[in-house]
Design a protein around this ligand. Structure first.
Ligand code: CAA
Length: 255
């Protein structure tokens, strides 16, 4: 099972279960998670959701690089557009509160997934970042839009352009996560927060989510899809992805 699902007293915990690839998001994981979120959105028994990753090492280590390394520009654009529609927008627009319990690496598409959630709680060992430019590509699942919304333009530029991941303590300081707890307490901390939220009126929670989101422009997401796709035509992208797969440092030709 790629997505483990556990419903208890109104709280649905969805666990991305591909630990051998650090829970990287391939097409099958995206489809399965999308279906689980859609089902939860219309299930009256579900009042809040927690998203987490299986194992102690990773929340999600990104989109599956091996799956898209041979893609062309058109396939790159489709990957980004379909992923955003099928999963990331769906998480953000879920009418029930979604908390990401970030239990380790949240890189690339993994951080983008956590940022699409409404609230983030991280374990002390978590590392969060958008390393895409080190692969010759850019964030394509909403990261160029949601990171500046959460941490401000300057910090987002620093994180995206350096490709450097930051520890949970820094993520807390810049507002990227809402709380940091020891790993053994992470799921309970997320459940407690969900419990506090679930005491409130479901209809008001849904209205609050819609209202907060209404204040943020959607203009940049289409631009991200276009620029993400264009990266797939570059020699830099070939070099970056092949270097990752071969476990070596990239030598970017700059074109
Ligand atoms: N895609 C595919 N496979 C991945 C992966 C990913 N994003 N991340 C990890 N894996 C695989 C590794 O290839 C490895 O597989 P093998 O055992 O078959 O070699 C396995 O998971 C374990 O990973 P590592 O051996 O690399 O573990 P590590 O502890 O040495 O390193 C890590 C951990 C630093 C997270 C490293 O795995 C890493 O850098 N992963 C890639 C992170 C990344 O660049 N993410 C962004 C992806 S691009 C993206 O997300 C685009 C987008 O916005 C749409």
């Amino acid at each position: 099972m790629l997505i483990l699902s556990e419903l208890h007293e109104g709280l649905l915990v969805l666990t991305i279960n591909r630990p051998e690839a650090l829970n990287a998001l391939n097409g099958d994981v995206i489809r399965a998670l999308s279906e689980a979120i859609q089902a939860a959105s219309t299930n009256d028994d579900v009042r809040a959701l927690v998203l987490t990753g299986s194992g102690e090492k990773a929340f999600v280590a990104g989109a599956d690089i091996k799956e898209f390394a041979e893609f062309n520009a058109e396939q790159g654009r489709a990957l980004s557009a379909q992923g955003q529609t099928a999963l990331f927008d769906l998480v953000e627009q879920c009418p029930k509160p979604v908390i990401a319990a970030v239990n380790g690496y949240a890189l690339g598409g993994g951080l983008e997934l956590a940022m699409a959630a409404h609230i983030r709680v991280a374990s002390e060992n978590a590392l969060l970042g958008l390393p895409e430019v080190s692969l010759g590509v850019i964030p394509g699942y909403g990261g160029t839009q949601r990171l500046p919304q959460l941490v401000g333009k300057g910090k987002a530029m620093e994180m995206i352009l350096t490709a450097r991941a930051i520890p949970a303590s820094d993520a807390l300081a810049c507002g990227l996560v809402n709380a940091v707890v020891p790993q053994a307490e992470l799921l309970n901390a997320a459940k407690q927060l969900a419990g506090q939220i679930m005491k409130n009126a479901p209809t008001a929670l849904s209205a609050a989510l819609k209202s907060v989101l209404a204040g943020y422009s959607r203009d940049g997401f289409g631009a991200e899809i276009e620029h993400f796709g264009a990266c797939f035509e570059t020699e830099d992208f070939r070099e970056g992805t092949q270097a990752f797969i071969a476990k070596r440092k990239p030598q970017f030709p700059g074109k």
